[in-house]
Ligand binder design. Structure first.
Ligand code: NDP
Length: 401
C-alpha cells in the first residue's frame, strides 16, 4: 500500500492516474498535481463517478521550492512525471530534496534547442545513488516498454544482439485534417529533426523522414504501412547498454496526409522553436501552432483503428542467428472505452504505473538513475499484460534497407 504523486494532467497523465486508480491494493493514495488544477479536478470528478477517490493540487513544476513543499505535504513514495520534458530536472531536484523516488517518460529537453539527449539526467546518477533513491527514465512505451523488450531479448533469447529496429505503427484515424497524438510541440520537435541511427559504433544522419519503406505488421488491421526512419531517444541509451550491438534504428508510420500538412507547416516556418517578433512580442511559432491544433486528449472519442509497437531484433544464440519481433497491439476504441483516451496516450500512460509498482515492490528499487534496459525486465513485462498492455513474440524477417 503506497502513495504516489502524478505531475501533469494532460493526455498521458490522465491515463496514468485512471489506470493507477484501478489498483487500490497497490496505490493506496493517488495525488494528481498540474499547472491547471481544473484539469486535475475534471479527472477526479470522472473517477469519483466510478466510486474512486484521488486528491488534486495546483503545481508549477518549474518551481523546485513549490514542488518540495507539495512533496513534503503529501509524502508520496514515488513521483511520476507526466508533465513535459522541460520539467524533468526541476522535478528530479525536488525529489532529491524531499527524498522521493522518480519516474518519467521522456528525456529532459532545454526549451530553446531540440536535442533528445540523456546527458543532463545521467548527470544526476551520483546524487540519486548517494540519496538511496531510484530514478527511472523513459518509462512510457517508446521509450520504455521498447527498452524492456530489448532487455528481455538480451536476457532470454540471444547471447549477442546484432540489430534492433524499433517499429511504431499507428494505423488509427481520428478524422481531423491534422493533429498529433501527444503533445504537439514535443511530437513535432521530434519528427522534424534530422534522422539519426547508430551503426558500427557511430551515429549516421539522414535528412528528416527521407529514409522509408513499406513494412508488413503482424496485425491484419495494421497491415502494410510506410515506415519512416527517425531519431528517438531510446536509441541513445540502448546503443550504450546492449553489448555487441552493431546497429539500432527507429521507424514510425505516417500517413501521406500528415506528411503533407507537416511539410507545409515547416515550409512556412510554423514548426520553428526560434522566437519571432510579432507586434512587439516574441512568439515561438511551434508554441502558437500547439494552441491552434486539437488537444490530443480530445481525439479519443473519434479515433478508430489499431497501434502496433515493437522491436525487431536479430541476434545469435549458441552461434545460430535468428530474428524475432516482440510487440503490443492496442485498439484505440477499446482504450477509449476503458480510460477515455486514444491508444497513444494509453500506451504511454500505462507503463509508468507498471514501473511505479516495480519501484514500490522493491524489484526496481536500486539507488541511481536508470534507463529501463538496465533494470530487470521480467517483473515489469510479466505485469504489463495485467495492466492492459499484453505483448507477443514471434519469429520474423529482418528489415532489409
Ligand atoms: P500534454 O501537453 O497533454 O500534457 C502535459 C501536462 O503537463 C499538461 O496538463 C500541462 O498543464 C502540464 N504541465 C506543463 N507544464 C507544467 C508545469 N510547469 N507545471 C505543472 N504542470 C505542467 O502532454 P502529453 O500528456 O501528451 O505528454 C506528457 C509527457 O508524456 C510528455 O513528456 C511526452 O513527451 C511524454 N510521452 C511519452 C511517450 C512514451 O511512450 N515514452 C509517448 C507520448 C508522450 P496544462 O494543462 O496547464 O497545459
Amino acid at each position: 500500500m503506497s502513495k504516489i504523486l502524478v505531475v501533469g494532467a494532460g493526455g498521458v497523465g490522465s491515463v496514468t492516474v485512471r489506470k493507477a486508480a484501478q489498483f487500490p491494493e497497490i496505490f493506496s493514495e493517488i495525488w494528481l498535481a498540474s499547472r491547471t488544477k481544473s484539469r486535475c479536478d475534471a479527472i477526479a470528478a470522472d473517477l469519483a463517478a466510478e466510486g474512486k477517490t484521488i486528491q488534486t493540487a495546483e503545481l508549477d513544476a518549474d518551481d523546485v521550492g513549490a514542488t518540495v513543499r507539495l512533496l513534503e505535504k503529501v509524502r508520496p513514495k514515488v513521483l511520476l512525471n507526466l508533465a513535459l520534458p522541460y520539467q524533468d530536472l526541476t522535478l528530479m531536484d525536488a525529489c532529491l530534496e524531499a527524498g522521493v523516488h522518480y519516474i518519467d517518460t521522456a528525456n529532459y529537453e532545454p526549451r530553446d534547442v531540440a536535442k533528445f539527449e540523456y546527458k543532463w539526467q545521467w548527470a544526476y546518477r551520483d546524487r540519486f545513488e548517494k540519496a538511496g533513491l531510484t530514478a527511472v527514465l523513459g518509462c512510457g512505451f517508446d521509450p520504455g516498454v521498447t527498452n524492456a523488450f530489448c532487455a528481455h531479448a538480451a536476457k532470454h533469447w540471444f547471447d549477442t544482439i546484432r540489430h534492433v529496429d524499433i517499429l511504431d505503427a499507428n494505423a488509427g484515424d481520428h478524422g481531423r485534417p491534422f493533429a498529433t497524438n501527444f503533445n504537439p510541440e514535443i511530437n513535432i520537435r521530434e519528427i522534424t529533426q534530422r534522422g539519426r541511427f547508430w551503426e558500427k559504433g557511430e551515429w549516421r544522419e539522414t535528412d528528416p523522414l527521407s529514409l522509408h519503406l513499406a513494412h508488413e505488421f503482424p496485425d491484419a488491421q495494421v497491415g502494410t504501412r510506410e515506415i519512416y526512419l527517425l531519431f528517438h531517444e531510446e536509441l541513445e541509451s540502448l546503443a550504450l547498454n546492449l553489448p555487441g550491438l552493431e546497429r539500432i534504428r527507429f521507424w514510425m508510420t505516417f500517413s501521406q496526409n500528415y506528411l503533407t500538412h507537416l511539410r507545409v507547416l515547416q515550409n512556412v516556418g510554423m514548426t520553428s522553436i526560434e522566437p519571432v517578433m510579432y507586434q512587439g512580442n516574441p512568439v515561438i511559432p511551434i508554441e502558437f501552432l500547439k494552441a491552434l491544433l486539437p488537444d490530443p486528449a480530445s481525439l479519443g472519442p473519434d479515433t478508430k483503428g489499431m497501434t502496433c509497437i515493437g522491436c525487431l531484433i536479430t541476434g545469435s544464440k549458441n552461434g545460430r542467428e535468428s530474428t524475432r519481433f516482440i510487440f503490443n497491439v492496442c485498439d484505440h476504441e477499446a482504450c477509449y472505452r476503458e480510460l477515455k483516451s486514444q491508444a497513444i496516450s494509453y500506451t504511454a500512460g500505462v507503463p509508468p504505473v507498471v514501473g511505479a509498482k516495480q519501484v514500490l515492490s522493491g524489484a526496481w528499487q536500486v539507488p541511481g538513475v536508470w534507463n529501463i534496459e538496465e533494470l530487470d525486465p521480467d517483473p515489469f513485462l510479466s505485469d504489463l499484460g495485467a495492466f492492459g498492455l499484453p505483448w507477443e513474440e514471434r519469429d520474423a524477417v529482418p528489415l532489409e534497407v
